[in-house]
Write a protein that binds this ligand. Structure first.
Ligand code: ADP
Length: 172
């Protein structure tokens, strides 16, 4: 069960994450951190070439971990790049996907970010079944909010399509 307080800190919106006006947005990146398709490509296009230049200095990112850059031409001040698992159907997938949310939230807090938007990590090209991925996303974020009740954090689940939005709404 998600507490009412945590529920009030979570919002589900449908739209393009690159257009959001919040402190930080999360990128579903790949291990190279040098750009790719899907939401990663959209973020790099919108942020501009300075983003790629900073990403080159980061030397990649392991699955489940997260690294931070500036937001450049985005309205968001920061971009948190995390690498979701490529779905394989093993128990490790769920652990790594939960780690993406946890490590992103921890990094956000370290940088005094109070508003963060997540795309549906791993549910595109990486093939994570939407229902399972939304369950992990909502549970993990809600638990983090409860564990950090003294820290003001607003979380947006930014869904590119209506099906994903319905998936999150059903979970909440
Ligand atoms: P992954 O490789 O982690 O699966 P994808 O980018 O392929 O990442 O897909 C992750 C999710 O991001 C999918 O639900 C996809 O529809 C969504 N997505 C793609 N472009 C955007 C965008 N501009 N804003 C928000 N979500 C997006």
């Amino acid at each position: 069960m998600i507490s009412e307080k945590a529920k009030n800190q979570i919002q589900v919106v449908q739209g393009d994450i690159t257009k959001l006006d919040c402190d930080g947005i999360v990128n579903a990146a790949n291990r190279s951190l040098l750009g790719g398709g899907g939401v990663d490509g959209a973020i790099h296009r919108a942020a501009g070439p300075e983003l790629l230049a900073e990403c080159r200095t980061l030397h990649g990112c392991r699955t489940g971990e997260a690294k931070i850059t500036k937001g450049y031409r985005l309205r968001a001040r920061y971009i948190i790049h995390t690498v979701g698992p490529i779905y394989s159907g093993t128990a490790e997938d769920a652990v790594q996907l939960a780690d993406c949310y946890l490590n992103s939230l921890n990094l956000a807090k370290e940088h005094d970010i109070h508003g963060i938007a997540f795309p549906a990590i791993s549910t595109g090209v990486y093939g994570y079944p939407l229902e399972d991925a939304t369950e992990i996303a909502v549970k993990t974020v809600a638990q983090w909010l409860e564990d950090h009740a003294d820290y003001a954090m607003q979380v947006i689940f930014c869904c590119f399509d209506a099906r994903t939005e319905r998936g999150y709404q059903a979970r909440l």
